[in-house]
Design a protein around this ligand. Structure first.
Ligand code: ATP
Length: 369
């Protein structure tokens, strides 16, 4: 069954300032966020993530374009009338109020009945695992606990959408990892649509149902974590998320569902995904280090498609895998290869060894630009 869209962002542009000073924070952004999904906006500082979140919250108005929430145009609707709450990086708790007072605040503003407020405050405090902390002041809590209070407050009036602007970046690494799991649990348990902003690639990959990768006010690619990681369409996306080798070549003809690519460094690889490209076109390929195999040069290799010769520059042991930098004649940068370690087995290759890199068709991703 198709999921309904919670949020429809259609051709949104946001310009701050005027004339020579104008900043295009968002440039024709379109996105559909589905009901009940954990959706992440991922990109480097200044790419427009926070601006997009602020437009959803109603703190800013778009210069052009339409934002729909469950089919309703949000234009002109002030923040407090939107079924949307925001959790900020700095928690933004009222320091003089108790935890319960902080969580109850929005419900009091919405004129909930006293008994309902008390019940709901207890319910959300236990949802974020802070039952019994109601009478403390924020200063008597750890950073992680304060962020839980902020979450409880944002969930209290049952918003349809929760916006989260780098909510974990003030926490130390261990706490951050714990809170990532906690946030994911909260999202699954409540079924609320989460729109989460981060510049941390790993966080985006591990937490999201789907994510949008942004750069310079534009959305470059939208997909599941696996789609974004395995099939990046742009050089920026491949480079921003994980390690990637880039190779240049010219597309040859397709046969048996595979397309040959003649590499500039010599040799040939094949791919199964190059739909948007034509024969003779120059292309850039992205190849993940862990998708490449290493073979000794004297191996029985058959025909040479998908194999390149190189010399091991460095070997680095990482416990679960070993990382190799391989120099290939005429390539300015070494190729990175990561091979899973087998228990008790030492690295079969050492610095200075001649090797062959085997690049299977599944490993080759042809980029759009
Ligand atoms: P960060 O991770 O650093 O918060 P971001 O991806 O959230 O970055 P935004 O804060 O959305 O990026 O900013 C996008 C661009 O818009 C930046 O160039 C920023 O300087 C600019 N910008 C944001 N708000 C304003 C404003 N109120 N006035 C002028 N320029 C702004």
């Amino acid at each position: 069954m198709p999921q309904a869209n919670a949020i429809d962002i259609r051709d949104i542009t946001k310009v701050f300032g005027q004339g020579a000073e104008a900043v295009h924070a968002l440039d024709h952004v379109s996105l559909a966020i589905r009901e009940g999904e954990f959706f992440t906006l991922l990109g480097p500082s200044g790419c427009g993530k926070t601006t997009l979140l602020r437009l959803l919250a109603g703190f800013e108005q778009p210069t052009a374009g339409v934002i729909g929430l469950y089919g309703d145009d949000l234009a002109g609707l002030p923040p407090f009338r939107r079924p949307v709450n925001t959790v900020f990086q700095n928690y933004a708790l009222f320091p003089h109020m108790t935890v319960a007072g902080n969580v109850a605040f929005g419900l009091e503003m919405q004129r909930w009945r006293r008994g309902d407020i008390e019940r709901r405050v207890e319910e959300v405090l236990s949802l974020v695992k802070l039952a019994g902390y109601g009478q403390r002041k924020p200063a008597q809590l750890s950073g992680g606990q304060q962020q839980r209070v902020a979450l409880a407050r944002a969930l209290a009036n049952r918003p349809k959408v929760l916006l989260l602007d780098e909510p974990l970046s003030a926490l130390d690494l261990k706490l951050r990892k714990e809170m990532q799991i906690e946030l994911k649990r909260l999202q699954v348990e409540t079924g609320i649509t989460f729109v989460f902003v981060t510049h941390d690639q790993e966080e985006a990959l591990t937490m999201s149902d789907r994510l949008a990768v942004m750069q310079d006010g534009k959305v470059l690619q939208v997909g599941t974590p696996a789609e974004i990681y395995e099939r990046p369409t742009r050089r920026f996306v491949a480079d921003f998320i994980g390690d990637t080798n880039f190779l240049q070549g010219v597309l040859g003809r397709a046969a048996n569902g595979e397309i040959q690519i003649k590499l500039d460094v010599g040799g040939m690889v094949t791919t199964r995904h190059a739909e948007a490209h034509t024969e003779g076109e120059r292309v850039t390929l992205a190849v993940r280090p862990e998708r490449v195999d290493l073979e000794p040069v004297n191996a029985e290799a058959g025909e040479d498609t998908g194999r390149l010769r190189g010399v091991v520059e460095t070997v680095v042991y990482f416990g679960t895998d070993t990382s190799y930098r391989i120099n290939i004649d005429s390539l300015p940068e070494p190729v990175l290869v990561r091979v899973q370690n087998r228990q008790g087995a030492a690295s079969p290759f050492a610095s200075g060894d001649s090797v062959r890199l085997r690049i299977p068709p599944e490993a080759v991703q042809v980029l759009v630009d």
